[in-house]
Design a protein. Structure first.
Length: 225
C-alpha cells in the first residue's frame, strides 16, 4: 500500500453477505485502501458477524489487500489472534476491556508481523494509552457504541480524537495512526481529519450507495477541501 496521508477503510459489516467477494472487489476498485472486518461475538457486543474463515476465503481472492480486523470479542486470547493472523489479517485491534494483559497482547500481535491497535469505546478514556505507545501502531477510536452499522457519529468523540492526536504527537512524533470508526460520511470526514484522524472506516456511507465510485469520490473531495 502506497504511503498516503489519508486511508479509506471499507467496512464489510455494511456489505451484502450474499455477494461479499464482489462487494470487496467493488470497494477495492472504487479506491478503498483497506478492508475492515468487524468481528463480533454476541457477547462483547449484541451482534454476531465474521469468523476467520470469511477472511481466509477473501484472502485467497485478494492476496494483496490490506485486511483490518477489529475484534469486538471477549475474552481476546492468543488463539483468536492467531486464527485471524493465520487466515490473512494485516492489522488487528481489540478492546482493553476484553483483555487483562493489554500490553502483552499488543506485543503478541506485533510478533505475528501485523500492525497492532487498541480500540477505544466512546466512554473509554484515552489516558489508558499512556504506557502503551511503544507497542502501538494505531488507535481505533469508536465514534459510536459498537455493535451495529448505520449509527450516527457521537460529536464528543471528535474532541477525543483531538486529545489522542496530541498524545500521539507528544509520545511518538505522530507515528501512531489514528483510525475512526462509526458514522463517518462525506459530510463529517473533513472535521474528523482536522481533529487528527488518518484512517476512516466507512460502512453504510459507502456500501449503502448505488454508485460507490461516486461515494468514494465524495470522501476524497471532502478530504482535499
Amino acid at each position: 500500500m502506497e504511503d498516503k496521508r489519508f486511508l479509506i477503510a471499507g467496512s464489510i459489516l455494511s456489505a451484502d453477505l450474499l455477494r461479499l467477494g464482489d462487494d470487496v472487489q467493488d470497494a477495492l476498485e472504487a479506491g478503498s485502501d483497506v478492508i475492515h472486518f468487524d468481528v463480533m461475538d454476541y457477547h462483547f457486543v449484541p451482534n454476531l458477524t465474521f469468523g476467520p474463515m470469511f477472511l481466509k476465503q477473501l484472502r485467497k481472492r485478494f492476496p494483496e489487500a490490506v485486511f483490518d480486523v477489529h475484534l469486538m470479542v471477549s475474552p481476546v486470547t492468543d488463539a483468536i489472534v492467531d486464527a485471524f493472523a493465520d487466515a490473512g489479517a494485516s492489522w488487528i485491534s481489540f478492546h482493553p476491556e476484553a483483555c487483562v494483559h493489554t500490553q502483552r497482547m499488543l506485543a503478541h500481535i506485533k510478533q505475528r508481523n501485523l500492525k497492532a491497535g487498541l480500540a477505544l469505546n466512546p466512554s473509554t478514556p484515552p489516558q489508558m494509552l499512556s504506557y502503551l505507545w511503544d507497542t502501538l501502531d494505531f488507535v481505533l477510536v469508536m465514534t459510536v457504541n459498537p455493535g451495529y452499522g448505520g449509527q450516527k457519529l457521537i460529536p464528543s468523540c471528535v474532541r477525543k480524537v483531538e486529545e489522542i492526536r496530541r498524545m500521539a504527537v507528544k509520545e511518538t512524533a505522530g507515528q501512531v495512526l489514528i483510525e475512526v470508526d462509526g458514522g463517518v460520511c462525506a459530510e463529517n470526514i473533513r472535521e474528523i481529519a482536522d481533529a487528527g484522524a488518518r484512517v476512516f472506516v466507512v460502512g453504510s456511507a459507502f456500501f449503502g450507495k448505488k454508485d460507490r465510485k461516486a461515494a468514494m469520490k465524495g470522501f476524497e473531495e471532502a478530504l482535499r477541501s
